[in-house]
Design a protein around this ligand. Structure first.
Ligand SMILES: Nc1ccn([C@@H]2O[C@H](COP(=O)(O)O)[C@@H](O)[C@H]2O)c(=O)n1
Ligand SMILES: C[C@@]1(CO)OP(=O)(O)OP(=O)(O)OC[C@H]1O
Length: 162
């Protein structure tokens, strides 16, 4: 059976007057991330990991930020559409592992809800989705609370073909 790995990385800057969305969940925080969409940096990194593993270009190729129809879009919709692209190429998800790099807010308490939401959209068990968080010890743009970065790795296996 063919298995394929993919990696994704995304960064969004904080902006006043925006909501903070991570993994499809609204996070209680006084500021949110700026983007053409809802700027869900976790979902965007996962989409790129999935697309990379399927060798199907990237999130900006499929959902360009120059297209009005994606303005303010809920990234859960982009993840569902990404899963359709992955399945159209006869791939299923084995597991996903992610690291959110954020000085604030503390994310530990949100992880089970985020994991459940991602598992539901991707169509796998919660055990197949790992979401971790780390600070950068106050170093760099993350440490200065200017934004959040996320890394994601996805493992896919091919179905219906040898
Ligand atoms: N935004 C964050 C960052 C970190 N955590 C949790 O705290 C632990 C320690 O973080 P370090 O950066 O000091 O390694 C980390 O392992 C996470 O469990 C968090 O919840 N939210
Ligand atoms: C998601 C898209 C599309 O709304 O916009 P942004 O929210 O700006 O996010 P980014 O991570 O820059 O990637 C791809 C974009 O095309």
């Amino acid at each position: 059976m063919k298995i394929r790995v993919g990696m994704g990385f995304d960064v969004h800057r904080f902006a006043i007057g925006r909501e903070l969305w991570l993994g499809g969940i609204r996070i209680a925080h006084p500021i949110g991330l700026l983007g053409h969409s809802d700027a869900d940096v976790l979902i965007h990194a996962i989409c790129d990991a999935l697309l990379g593993a399927a060798n199907a270009r990237d999130i900006g190729f499929h959902f360009p930020d120059s297209d009005k129809k994606y303005e303010g879009i809920d990234s859960k919709i982009l993840l569902s559409k990404t899963m359709q692209i992955v399945r159209d190429k006869n791939f299923e998800v084995s597991n996903i592992d992610c690291t959110i790099c954020a000085e604030h807010p503390k994310l530990q308490g949100y992880i089970p809800e985020i994991t459940g939401k991602l598992a539901e959209i991707i169509g796998v068990s919660e055990d197949d989705i790992s979401v971790k968080a780390t600070t950068t010890e106050k170093l760099g743009f993350i440490g200065r609370n200017e934004g959040i970065a996320t890394y994601a790795v996805a493992l896919l296996y091919q179905t219906g073909k040898e």
